[in-house]
Design a protein around this ligand. Structure first.
Ligand code: A2P
Length: 272
């Protein structure tokens, strides 16, 4: 069983989850079903991934109260009424009565309506239509503004994070405000992270795969990773993170990879 973290408004979230981008409906249905069999309970999707119908099919058969389902919405819904409309539409596509966590997918500061979206999310949580609310890809400046204008901090902020982009400042800000950090692309997709010698050595020392070591590094930082996999063996690997521990020195060696990736952080902004 996966350990849990309690969010600031009381919802309880698994400490590792399944990412579903990029997956179409058919692949998502199969991957989600396999992930649930393997023991995953947190499943992360988004309106933008266009796979909520498939994800919802994959969820069938598991008791609702065991699941922790996250979705996110696009910028046209950044208004108090818009977030209610998009939540109802997401829930309908997923075949669920409520969502566990709903996130503003991007702040879209050009449009500058994310504070309105946030006010809408606060109302939805109060109405019981969603258990927990948060943001994704928000910088500390965006979070600060939301907090200043509404007095309510997001429960979760989901950002791109891996040993190549450790996001120390973001994590410090989150910690100050009781915000749980979720990591997308937690194993550094598109980079050479999993081949770095330092990582291979640590993996060998623990009898774990490089991906497991990276995910464990995140868990030990208090970050909730949501690796994407559509492969049964790798799904199982990605859950087996709670039977070993990295030393402080190993944690530091991995954190020292910060900034050494060739892909700039958040460059993949339309992929997630
Ligand atoms: P696959 O679906 O074939 O397993 P991220 O979540 O960081 O974006 O990374 C997702 C990518 O990493 C996918 O291409 C996925 O491929 C691959 N992947 C997922 N889990 C593992 C693992 N344990 N070891 C190696 N590659 C993995």
């Amino acid at each position: 069983l996966v350990p849990m973290v309690t969010l600031s408004h009381g919802a309880v979230m698994p400490r590792v989850g399944l990412g579903t981008s990029p997956m179409g409906d058919a692949e998502a249905e199969r991957a989600v079903a396999e992930a649930l069999e393997a023991g995953f309970r947190l499943v992360d999707t988004a309106e933008a991934y266009r796979n909520e119908v498939g994800v919802g099919r994959g969820l069938k058969g598991t008791p609702r109260e065991e699941l922790f389902v996250t979705s996110k919405f696009n910028k046209q819904w950044h208004s108090v009424d818009g977030v209610r409309t998009t939540l109802e539409a997401s829930a309908e596509r997923l075949g669920l009565e409520y969502l566990d966590l709903l996130l503003i997918h991007w702040p879209n500061p050009d449009q500058d309506r994310y504070v309105d979206a946030w006010r809408g999310l606060i109302e939805l949580r109060e109405a019981g239509l969603v258990r927990a609310i948060g943001t994704s890809n928000f910088k500390p400046s965006h979070l600060q503004r939301v907090i200043d204008e509404t007095g309510v901090a997001p429960e979760v902020n989901q950002i791109q994070l891996s040993p190549l982009w450790t996001k120390q400042e973001n994590r410090d800000f989150h910690a100050q405000h009781g915000i749980v950090t979720e990591a997308w692309s937690p194993i550094g997709k598109g980079s050479d992270l999993l081949e770095r010698p330092v990582l291979l050595e640590i993996a060998r020392a623990h009898g774990k795969t490089p991906a497991q070591v990276v995910l464990r590094w995140e868990v030990q930082l208090g970050v909730v990773p949501i690796p994407k996999s559509a492969n049964r063996q790798r799904l199982e690997q990605n859950l087996a993170l709670f039977d070993f521990e990295l030393t402080d020195d190993e944690m530091a060696q991995l954190s020292a990879l910060d900034g050494s990736g060739s892909v700039p952080a958040d460059s993949d902004r339309f992929g997630h």
